[in-house]
Design a protein around this ligand. Structure first.
Ligand code: PMP
Length: 383
């Protein structure tokens, strides 16, 4: 079987798994404890925080370890909304955010916040000027993702960050960086980002682990009440093994980013061309997207049929994103890009990882062609 679902999750690095096992076996102390075992764990946690901070070019006091990006996005958005409530209750986001941002905004909306959902163009990209045009005095937060998890569309964060701060220097800028880190370069300072979310399992780290960067001086209303761990932002006994593994995976991902971009970018270009040449498929990803994600539709066919046909041929791909693959609604992201319901309901995502070779791509392309031929008679449009 060839695994083509790296945007859903990645197989962890061997070193990451070994490190976790070693720490769980040998350094199991509670970092808050005053004895030797506690101090030992606290040191490991401190070092892990420094490595994560170093990777992003920020201070280690600005890193909060989380259980992943769903939690990170919720802590960031609700934490800002609630803490800065008296300053204003207006938030800006886009129509194509991951559910952990989108639904979070919807919840706040139901509680009285005003949310502006910025549209995207046919390639899934927002216009920075449009973001700037809706910033007001009471806008407390702008939350925009780096790379879209369904289509791989990349947002112009540099321009957006600059315009946000020009329009209202007190408006905070949050970026869901999950699908961009390790694939594209990240510059929190240049983008003027105040809060940044990552999830380790998207770059070969452990599942249920991530970080949230919170710029010095920003206050968040803590969603969980409890102890003072993680600067009080995220109480609960720290998962030291996971924090060390996140740090290791972050460092490896960053070191290998350029090679990833070159190697996987080439495979992606090849795949884009092949998909364009198969008449049944409609390509939804643009040339300018992130190097690891290709999204297309087979209009007239339920996407799960193509997923299962490809699986029989040894290729594991997904419909939409993992978080919404079990709901059969047309994709909100594709509809926001102006795609009709048929296209939006028949999307397939292929996402690549480090391990893939030219030979793997050749095998995938053959399987795609065979599947298209086999399923043509079933496709409602043609059949
Ligand atoms: N944001 C984006 C863009 C994602 O792709 C994902 C994972 N599908 C998340 C947030 C949520 O991450 P996690 O699985 O760590 O909760």
């Amino acid at each position: 079987m060839l695994y083509w679902d790296h945007a859903a999750t990645t197989p962890p690095y061997k070193e990451v798994v070994e490190t976790m096992a070693e720490i769980m076996n040998q350094h199991y102390g509670n970092p808050s404890a005053l004895h030797q075992a506690g101090e030992d764990a606290a040191k490991l946690l401190k070092r892990a925080r420094e490595v994560c901070a170093g990777t992003l070019g920020v201070q280690s006091s600005e890193i909060v370890f989380t259980s992943g990006a769903t939690e990170g996005n919720n802590i960031a958005i609700k934490g800002v909304a609630m803490h800065y409530r008296s300053r204003g209750q207006h938030i800006i986001t886009t129509k194509t955010e991951h559910p952990s941002v989108y639904e979070c905004c919807r919840q706040l909306e139901s509680l009285g916040w005003e949310i502006t959902y910025i549209p995207v163009d046919e390639y899934g990209v927002v216009d920075p000027l449009q973001v700037a045009s809706v910033i007001r005095k009471d806008t407390v937060l702008v939350s925009i993702m780096h790379v879209n998890n369904e289509t791989g569309a990349v947002q112009p964060l540099n321009e957006i960050g600059k315009l946000v701060k020009e329009k209202n220097s007190r408006t905070l800028f949050h970026v869901d960086g999950v699908q961009g880190f390790g694939k594209l370069s990240v510059s929190l300072k240049d983008w003027k980002v105040d809060l940044y979310t990552l999830s380790a399992h998207k770059f070969k780290g452990p599942k249920g682990a991530g970080i949230l960067y919170v710029q010095q001086g920003i206050k968040l209303f803590p969603l969980l009440a409890g102890g003072s761990q993680e600067n009080g932002q995220r109480p609960g006994t720290e998962n030291v093994a996971s924090a060390v593994a996140v740090a290791k995976a972050m460092r490896l991902a960053q070191e290998r980013q350029d090679t990833f971009y070159d190697k996987i970018g080439k495979l992606r270009s090849l795949l884009l061309n092949e998909i364009r040449s198969i008449p049944d498929f409609v390509l939804n990803s643009s040339e300018k997207g992130a190097p690891h994600i290709v999204h297309f539709s087979y209009p007239g066919l339920k996407p799960e049929v193509l997923v299962h046909t490809l699986e029989e041929l040894g290729m594991l791909v997904s419909t939409k994103s993992a978080c919404s693959s079990r709901n059969s609604e047309p994709s909100r992201v594709l509809q926001a890009m102006g795609k009709d319901k048929e296209i939006a309901a028949s999307g397939i995502r292929i996402s690549m990882g480090w391990e893939h070779t030219d030979d793997d791509m050749n095998r995938l392309v053959i399987a795609l062609r065979q599947s298209a031929d086999k399923l043509r008679p079933l496709s409602a449009k043609r059949g």
